[in-house]
Ligand binder design. Structure first.
Ligand SMILES: CC(C)(COP(=O)(O)OP(=O)(O)OC[C@H]1O[C@@H](n2cnc3c(N)ncnc32)[C@H](O)[C@@H]1OP(=O)(O)O)[C@@H](O)C(=O)NCCC(=O)NCCS
Length: 139
């Protein structure tokens, strides 16, 4: 199924379709996810924020980024109609390859407590759990 899928860096014009994808995948926008901020993030990510397309339609995404020390994975999403064909694996492999190519040697990601089942997906790809206390503050 995934052999007709193209993975390429996202562009600002993809944002409406990406928003639709994320909604279908249960990844709801945060207050930070205005069009302006997401378009700026696409530029900031420098080719690491990826979209997967089948017949020109966006069916997957991964928002990879590099903060200069660690790589981060956000918004990994595969359209429910495109699941089960290893597209999730392909998106992760592509993101990790691009991160490694710019000198990243460790990738972090966070899982929402109500999505804990997805841990199994990441464990298959070599990710392990680290018992950290995650803290945050809105500015
Ligand atoms: C997680 C997700 C991207 C996987 O996409 P996918 O293309 O269907 O995944 P793959 O076909 O590459 O799956 C490969 C394997 O992972 C397993 N897997 C896939 N999604 C899983 C999930 N949500 N929970 C547990 N296992 C999962 C598959 O069963 C398969 O296992 P197998 O190797 O034993 O057959 C997709 O389910 C999705 O978009 N989920 C909603 C958004 C989400 O939770 N994103 C992650 C936020 S941290």
């Amino acid at each position: 199924m995934t052999d007709t899928i193209v993975i390429r860096p996202a562009v600002a014009a993809d944002l409406p379709a990406l928003r639709g994808l994320w909604e279908r995948c249960g990844l709801h926008p945060s207050a930070s996810d205005t069009d302006q901020r997401l378009a700026a993030l696409i530029e900031f990510c420098g080719g690491l924020f990826l979209a997967a397309l089948r017949d020109g339609e966006i069916v997957g995404s991964v928002m990879a980024s590099w903060d200069g020390r660690r790589g981060w994975i956000n918004r990994l999403a595969v359209d429910p109609a495109a699941r089960g064909g290893r597209l999730g694996d392909r998106l992760m492999t592509e993101a990790e390859g691009r991160l490694a190519a710019i000198g990243c040697d460790k990738v972090n990601l966070l899982i929402e407590p109500d999505n804990a089942g997805v841990e199994r997906f990441y464990r298959r790809l070599g990710y392990g759990r680290d018992e950290l206390i995650f803290m945050e503050k809105w500015l």
